[in-house]
Design a protein around this ligand. Sequence first.
Ligand code: PMV
Length: 350
Amino acid sequence: MNEAFRGEVPDFHGRVGWACPSNIALVKYWGKRGKQLPQNPSISFTLSECCTETFVQYEKADGFGFKFFFEGQENPAFGAKIEKFLLDHQAFFPFINQLHLTVESHNTFPHSSGIASSASSMSAFVMCLLDIENQIVSQQFDFQKASCFSRLASGSAARSVYSKMALWGATEAYEGSSDEYAVPLENDIHPIFKTYHDSILIVSGETKSVSSRAGHALMEGNPYAPARYAQANENIVNLLSALKSGDLDTFINITESEALQLHALMMCSNPTFILMKPNTLSIINEIRGFREETKIPLCFTLDAGPNVHLLYPESEAEKVEHFIKDNLAAYCVDNKWIADHVGDGPKKLL
Ligand code: PMV
């Protein structure tokens, strides 16, 4: 990884911009230790349409200055979160003490869609910061460092900086993997996975009753935690092999089991909590019935919320989209879903 720049910032100003996608985990990260380190490795698809676009204006100054605008309006609450992240990690970004930063950010997915924006927003901001550092000391863009800093801001953000798929967390099954940063999996997956669609069925757009942060913390007292971490490690080994060979049956088994385990862990935390809604279960049953009947390799995953992510290869897109319209849209808020697919990772906008 490139060293953090610690010298005198030149008298300069400018503007950088990056778009970063959200990602959806197949093997889930649920439970952390130390400084945002995962209790088990996780694997995700990088999405394409669900992005955060962030622009940062920078100017040399005598001390640190910071303003944050979200969708055109100053947003002190979110700004305070990012400012705290920067101040807590000054050792990683020492040059910010000589800059005034004005950040403008917006999401390409709708408000109240229940889609978590922390992975895309934090990684987009970190990409901008590293870009500014690169303007001071000209160096190659360091994606490992981007992943590491994104992780410090929001765990799952570590996986948003790579194209197609990423693995975050140390596992003997993958050389070079690390708890500190994610690594790209693009070169180790069967081409079918590069065509995958993720249709996100919006079952509820309400804010979650329990945040991810609180959910992670509850894993500490969860009596099933050791068994969960062992199982996640085993799922990583088997999923890596299925991703390589294109074994869709194993992919489906592991992906659905991981989604249900995540929610089972919530249901046996103390206190217990439930983020699924009745329509989440109805959709899951419909998907299983459709797969049984048609043999189309459609499966689902869930994030920490009630919305259902439908995963399927491009070759089945037409049939699955009919199925969504005819059978699943009625379970969604205003019959809405978001059509996303596996994407190419961060994009430089300026
Ligand atoms: O990155 P966080 O702290 O919001 O946690 C994300 C947890 C899950 O989305 C449920 C799983 C994952 O690996 O993304």
